[in-house]
Design a protein around this ligand. Structure first.
Ligand code: NAP
Ligand code: GLV
Length: 306
């Protein structure tokens, strides 16, 4: 069995070693143009030429959770596309969102400002009940984040395509229940996949329906957000602030207004990193299942786009 590794921006050697150790029966090689035909591929942001040359692939494993970038390419029609499910990302996402939510809820920015000017002032206690968290997307990552927010004691709402039952989370499903979800939400977390249906979903139309003084956390993809609409709603005072980990152009260009806006916190797409050991273990287990002609989870539905 041959596996071709083609992950742009990823130092290949540790991955090749880990894949060879996990799949000793396989021949694992770093792809270069003109390389021999492989059975399986492990990819991140590969060039179209990779798929043009490797048209015989049985399955493609991506080392990320989101597949929006891959779906812009022409993939071999017969190849199954398998994404990472959690593989250590859900815990990281729950940590990141907890930090952003608690920083806002406990007013750490205000206390830091006070400390800078030497002001000793105990602000009014805030109640969890007044900060309902709404999570867009209740998949592998969104469900973990929603349940973590419930454990912190916040009322939690979740929105998904199909109805979900999660302990401590009030579910809303489909376009027809989006408005009630938004109206109930004071801290909005986006964990949707980027698809034609979700592109630009964080717009004036939706964000203006959040409760006044709402806070926005986007940890999914930059193209979910209409940048100018966010800035307008922050400047009008309807929104209190935003924490953004993902951007339409990455790295975020130096001249972008998000860098310097006083109500926006920016991180460089680090909310949930790919962890090599966990990812290789998951890929190896799924690849072996496919070899035995067994079903695997995490197969991307190409029609739905996630
Ligand atoms: P997932 O398991 O596929 O979950 C996607 C969720 O979104 C599902 O609950 C799905 O509903 C819902 N959804 C999809 N389209 C919808 C629509 N049109 N209307 C309403 N709900 C919709 O994905 P995941 O593993 O949780 O990952 C989510 C995204 O996080 C990824 O696609 C990626 O873009 C992003 N991500 C970001 C980072 C980072 O570091 N910033 C890291 C990893 C992932 P159903 O359950 O009903 O299908
Ligand atoms: C990262 O953004 C991922 O999709 O895994």
């Amino acid at each position: 069995m041959k596996i071709s590794f083609c992950c742009t921006g990823t130092p290949p050697e540790p991955w090749l070693q880990a894949l060879r150790a996990a799949l000793p029966q396989a021949q694992v090689e770093l792809w270069s143009p003109g390389a021999a035909a492989a059975d399986y591929a492990v990819v991140w942001a590969p060039p179209q030429r990779f798929f043009d040359e490797q048209a015989q692939l049985k399955a493609i494993f991506t080392i990320g959770a989101g597949v929006d970038g891959l779906l812009k390419l022409q993939l071999p029609a017969q190849a199954a596309l398998v994404r990472l499910e959690d593989a250590g990302m859900a815990r990281q996402m729950a940590e990141y969102v907890s930090c952003a939510v608690l920083r806002h809820f406990r007013e750490f920015d205000a206390y830091e400002d006070q400390a800078r000017s030497g002001e000793w002032l105990q602000r009014r206690v805030q109640r969890h009940a007044d900060f309902p968290v709404g999570v867009l997307g209740l998949g592998v990552l969104g469900a973990r984040v929603a349940q973590t927010m419930a454990q912190w004691g916040f009322p939690v709402h979740g929105w998904s395509r199909t109805a979900k039952v999660l302990q401590g989370v009030q579910g809303h499903a489909g376009a027809e229940q989006l408005q009630e979800f938004l109206a109930a939400t004071r801290i909005l977390v986006c964990l949707l996949p980027l698809t034609p249906q979700t592109q630009g979903i964080l717009s004036h139309e939706t964000l203006s329906r959040l409760r006044s003084g709402a806070y926005v956390i986007n940890v999914a993809r930059g193209a979910h957000l209409v940048d100018a609409d966010l800035i307008a709603l922050l400047d009008s005072g309807h929104l209190a602030g935003a924490t953004l980990d993902v951007f339409r152009t990455e790295p975020l260009p130096p001249e972008h207004a998000f860098w310097t806006h006083p109500k926006i916190r920016v991180t460089p797409h680090i909310s949930a990193r790919t962890l090599r050991q966990e990812s290789v273990a998951q890929i190896a287990q799924k690849l072996q299942a496919l070899e035995r002609a067994e079903g695997v989870a995490g197969l991307v539905n190409l029609t739905q786009g996630y």
